[in-house]
Design a protein. Structure first.
Length: 223
């Protein structure tokens, strides 16, 4: 019990430090309650956004701004580098989703179930899921019209819609009673979904920079 509580505290600490929105996202978009659930569920995602990082060029400007690189086979354009940084940020968030849903599964294994711990961990998971959606939406805006990652980003969008609904279904109901068997099945589904999402975004990252040469240092700088 003590080890489980300590582990979940670490997860919640992770939430407080990693839910800050990446710099390239700029001001955090406003979602309606029907999109992301109740205010309580979003508490973990309410960190202050940072100023957007400069990518050097605006979308649609400069040589090759609408393509994968400034020249075929050459260095990737600033727009593509920003997209690559965004996809990597989404992967980082998905890793946090997977860690947190694993913690939620451990909480569900308790007997009796610690409702406070369960609620806090579910809220943490909700924060990561909603953050991931915002990152992916921004990545779709960043992607040049002919970028090879566009189709893969659409796949991630579809998966995230399911993940959002599943995560919302894990919220503590008004009755305060959790169907642990049903919740456990949902958690197992989310584990597979998050792992699949990570694999897909790794493909997206490779596709985003296909046809040009990315510089890792530049990608990190844009995150």
């Amino acid at each position: 019990m003590q080890l489980l509580a300590l582990f979940t505290v670490l997860i919640l600490n992770l939430t407080s430090t990693t839910l800050a929105f990446p710099a390239f996202l700029g001001n955090k978009p406003t979602l309606t309650s029907h999109q992301i659930g109740s205010p309580a569920q979003l508490a973990a995602a309410s960190t202050r956004p940072t100023n957007p990082a400069s990518t050097g060029t605006s979308p649609g400007s400069g040589a090759g701004a609408g393509g994968n690189s400034t020249a075929a086979g050459g260095a990737c354009s600033s727009q593509v580098l920003a997209l690559a940084a965004g996809i990597q940020s989404n992967i980082d968030d998905q890793n946090n989703e997977l860690t947190t849903v694993n913690a939620l599964g451990m909480v569900l294994g308790q007997n009796p179930l610690d409702m406070t711990l369960y609620g806090a961990t579910q809220t943490s998971l909700m924060g990561f899921v909603t953050k991931g959606i915002l990152i992916r939406e921004n990545n779709q805006k960043l992607a040049p019209a002919d970028n090879a990652a566009i189709a893969g980003l659409a796949i991630v969008a579809g998966a995230q819609a399911e993940e959002l609904n599943l995560t919302m279904s894990l919220a503590v109901p008004a009755s305060g009673a959790i169907d642990t068997a049903a919740a456990g099945k949902t958690v197992e589904t989310l584990k597979k979904d998050f792992a699949g999402g990570i694999d897909q975004n790794k493909k997206n990252l490779a596709a985003a920079t296909s046809g040009c040469t990315p510089t890792a240092a530049k990608i990190v700088a844009l995150k």
